[in-house]
Design a binder for this molecule. Structure first.
Ligand SMILES: Cc1ncc(C[n+]2csc(CCOP(=O)(O)OP(=O)(O)O)c2C)c(N)n1
Ligand SMILES: [Mg+2]
Length: 757
């Protein structure tokens, strides 16, 4: 590294962006090194470097573009023209990774990947990194990445799937995408990108410690250990710090260079002439071997974490100056001058011309319209094309495949006697895997064992291990894999073994899967149907984790569709509709299966068989929001409920009829997010009294949403009561029933209503 301009008073200044900018200019002006004979375009930029002169020129330009976007953001942020100042300063060496990979290699990028982006833009003629990035910085509606919803690195033509900055949450899906690239061949699925693509996933050194990152490294190694391909290149941009917390010196190398089945490479991201060959080796290794690769890219961080981070307030100026002296742009300028590819004037001209270009683009972007209505903001969040979804759900053109799957026409489920929920979900899954050759079902214990409750039994045998398989034990990774498969055009049906286990992986749906359409302006979709064994009342297997009744965390995820079926035939038509929603509109769906009803056959009396139903005809489908109403004409009391509440309410209705002389209507909502407010209102309007039976917890449960819909429909004066679970965790054994609502509670609530009217 060259000597740094002499320390003077100015270097003690507050605005480090200005200082970094000045440093570059001074460095060039004061540079006094010797020069080589200028190389031809195809000759090494410096003796011994594997980067040629033309390559250097482009990389240098990309680095400068990235730097000036950062500098521009610092200036125009305070004028409210752009809205994001987490920059790429010090990380510009990541442009090498872009140069040495293809624009069809899917990339999930660190927020400091500005130079990577600028370089990748070169791969598709006619695209302009400055204009496109400026539109994103300015949150313009014309932003081609997110339509003005966030400053993201993202591009549809460049295969950069947009990321916001929940650190490390993109690593699981990056690995998932890599696994999907390879699995496509095994299931005969046509990929949208070349077969030998690799996935690039960049992140910071501090982020590498995050649980979501560690599960991706672990799963990558777990995959490679079994000799299965996983062509992902994890690029750890190591600047030695995370906001203000220093990464222990040497930690990244120490932690990763000896991990079995995660192949470690180091590259100097501060020096293009040196680092280029090192990055090349890592890329070649990943593409050729199809093994998970860890590229440790040395970077630094100039200008602080973001525009709001005044490092001078918490670090010494000497320390800051040492960091600033390692600015990779200084080294690039030095290479430019030493190679005699550029004169000082050339470098300064390029630098200033790029500054102008970035400011002009940002000013123009700031003048473009922003998102001005809620409708515009939400437009890509939850696309819904009912006619197309209905047609897809009713599509029956796979009848022949279906007959083969079920082993002959006589064995088709609709030709068999009525069955219970678990069997009919199993049949529905056979059906859907027959319908969608690109569908994959996976999770813990789902393959040979057929799941804890045998709901997936036989699928592995019928559809083979490439389509129905066990994952390793980590829900974050299960949902990361799902996103990866979806990114490659498949239809994932991940299973979460118990609802409680969803919660520790919730961010994969909340922060990632459900947000992709929103942050990519619906250019990218990761459709999936996540099946979750859920809710309480289990007799066999007690305790909180197996009886989790809280679906609140699912219900408030924007765009997520949450459904719950309480009987087999509903499960069949609902699953079919969920799959169609995923296929047609790219939606992310959660399908809740009430465990306690899996094996329930009877409704009122042991042996009555009244909770078994005939399998719906091929092509039958339930619509989004469509509920099921029992005893439709009754209006003395209307019970709104779902899941276990449905048979419970039907049983309670008998006692209520006897005790109060009321005729009772039971409304199974079946769709819990979005709630069908209009349907609830219509049912409420014709009710003399209302009970809301919500087996979830009192606070923030579905019941609150139902009551709100009723009140907003103008039915707030109708006598009304909630029967809900208590705000507590569920205990083991019979004590669970003290926490959850029961039949007697429903009857008692009706009695209370009778007292009021
Ligand atoms: C899950 C999560 N926790 C915390 C944060 C806040 N945060 C944003 S960036 C950052 C530091 C990341 O450091 P590193 O991974 O080294 O990347 P760098 O910014 O240094 O490039 C933190 C803690 C976050 N965005 N997401
Ligand atoms: Mg860092």
């Amino acid at each position: 590294m060259s000597t740094f301009p002499a320390l003077d008073a100015r270097h003690k200044g507050f605005n480090r962006a200005e200082i970094v900018d000045q440093n570059f200019l001074e460095f060039v002006k004061l540079w006094q090194g010797g020069t080589h004979a200028a190389p031809r375009d195809d000759e090494p930029v410096l003796p011994g470097s594997s980067l040629d002169a033309s390559g250097f020129r482009e990389l240098f330009e990309s680095q400068i573009i990235s730097r000036h976007l950062d500098l521009m953001a610092r200036v125009l942020r305070v004028q409210n023209k752009v809205f994001y100042t987490i920059g790429s300063g010090g990380h510009e060496g990541n442009a090498m990774v872009a140069r040495l990979t293809r624009h069809t290699d899917p990339a999930f990028l660190h927020y400091r990947s500005g130079a990577f982006m600028a370089e990748r833009f070169r791969k598709v003629p006619g695209m302009d990194p400055v204009v496109d990035s400026a539109l994103s910085f300015a949150a313009s509606r014309d932003d081609p990445a997110s339509g003005g919803r966030h400053k993201v690195w993202g591009s549809k033509p460049l295969w950069v799937l947009p990321q916001t900055s929940t650190i490390a949450s993109h690593l699981p899906k990056s690995l998932g995408t890599a696994v999907a690239i390879e699995q496509a061949r095994r299931i005969g699925h046509p990929l949208p990108i070349p077969k030998d693509s690799i996935v690039i996933c960049s992140f910071g050194d501090a982020s590498s410690n995050h649980a979501s990152a560690q599960t991706a490294f672990n799963t990558a190694a777990w995959t490679a250990y079994q000799k299965l391909p996983a062509p992902v290149m994890f690029v750890c941009e190591d600047n030695g710090i995370g906001i203000s917390v220093k990464t222990p010196s040497g930690w990244i190398a120490n932690n990763f260079q000896n991990r079995a089945d995660l192949d470690y490479f180091f590259a100097d991201g501060l020096d293009l002439a040196e680092g280029y060959a090192q990055v090349l080796r890592a890329v070649q290794h990943c593409r050729g071997s199809r093994r998970p690769t860890f590229l440790h890219l040395k970077t630094t961080r100039v200008m602080g974490h973001a525009g709001t981070d005044f490092e001078i307030e918490w670090r010494s100026v000497e320390e800051l100056m040492t960091v600033e002296a390692s600015d990779p742009l200084l080294r690039s300028a030095e290479i430019a001058l030493e190679s005699a590819l550029y004169s000082k004037g050339d470098v300064l001209n390029l630098y200033e011309a790029t500054r102008k270009r970035c400011f002009a683009a940002a000013e123009a972007a700031a003048a473009r319209p922003r998102l001005t209505s809620l409708a515009e903001v939400m437009q890509p969040l939850a696309p819904f094309t009912p006619a197309a979804v209905k047609a897809e759900a009713e599509r029956a053109d796979y009848a022949e495949r279906r007959v083969a799957v079920f082993g002959g026409g006589a064995k088709l489920p609709e030709n068999l006697p009525p069955r219970h929920l678990a069997i009919q979900i199993n049949q529905a899954l056979h059906d859907l895997l027959a319908k969608y050759p690109q569908a994959l079902l996976f999770g813990e214990d789902v393959a040979q064992k057929g799941g804890v409750y045998t709901v997936t039994k036989g699928l592995n045998k019928t559809f083979k291990g490439s389509r129905v398989f066990n994952t390793l034990l980590d829900e974050t990774m299960i949902l990361g894999l799902a996103q990866g498969y979806a990114n490659m055009g498949m239809l994932p049906l991940p299973e979460i073994q118990y609802l409680a286990y969803f919660h520790n992986a919730c961010d994969q749906i909340r922060g990632e899967a459900a947000s992709l359409q929103f942050f990519s302006n619906d250019q990218y979709r990761n459709p999936m149907v996540m099946r979750v064994a859920a809710l309480g009342y289990q007799k066999g297997f007690g305790g909180h984790f197996h009886n989790d009744n809280s679906i609140t965390a699912l219900r408030d995820i924007p765009g997520l569709v949450v459904g719950c079926a309480s009987r087999g035939d509903d499960a069949v038509t609902k699953l079919s509709y969920h799959d169609a929603l995923a296929k047609v509109d790219g939606r992310v769906c959660a399908f809740l299966e009430p465990i306690a009803l899996y094996m329930t056959k009877d409704l009122y009396e042991p042996g009555d068989g009244q909770w078994q139903f005939g399998f719906p005809a091929l092509g039958a489908a339930m619509s989004l929001g469509e509920g099921r109403v029992y005893n439709e004409k009754a209006d003395d009391l209307v019970v709104f409920t779902f899941g276990n509440g449905v048979p419970m309410a039907l049983r309670a209705a008998r006692a209520i009829e006897i005790q109060q002389g009321w005729r009772v209507r039971v409304v199974d909502l079946r769709w819990l997010a979005p709630l069908n407010d209009a349907f609830i209102a219509a049912q409420a309007k014709s009710a003399k009294r209302i009970l809301v039976l919500d087996e979830g917890r009192k606070s923030a449960g579905v019941g609150e949403g139902i009551i709100t819909a009723i009140v907003e429909a103008g039915c707030g004066t109708t006598p009304m009561k909630r029967v809900v679970g208590a705000d507590t965790f569920t205990p083991l054994a019979g004590a669970a029933l003290l926490v959850l609502p029961g039949e007697a509670d429903v009857v008692a609530a009706a009695r209370e209503l009778a007292g009021r009217t």
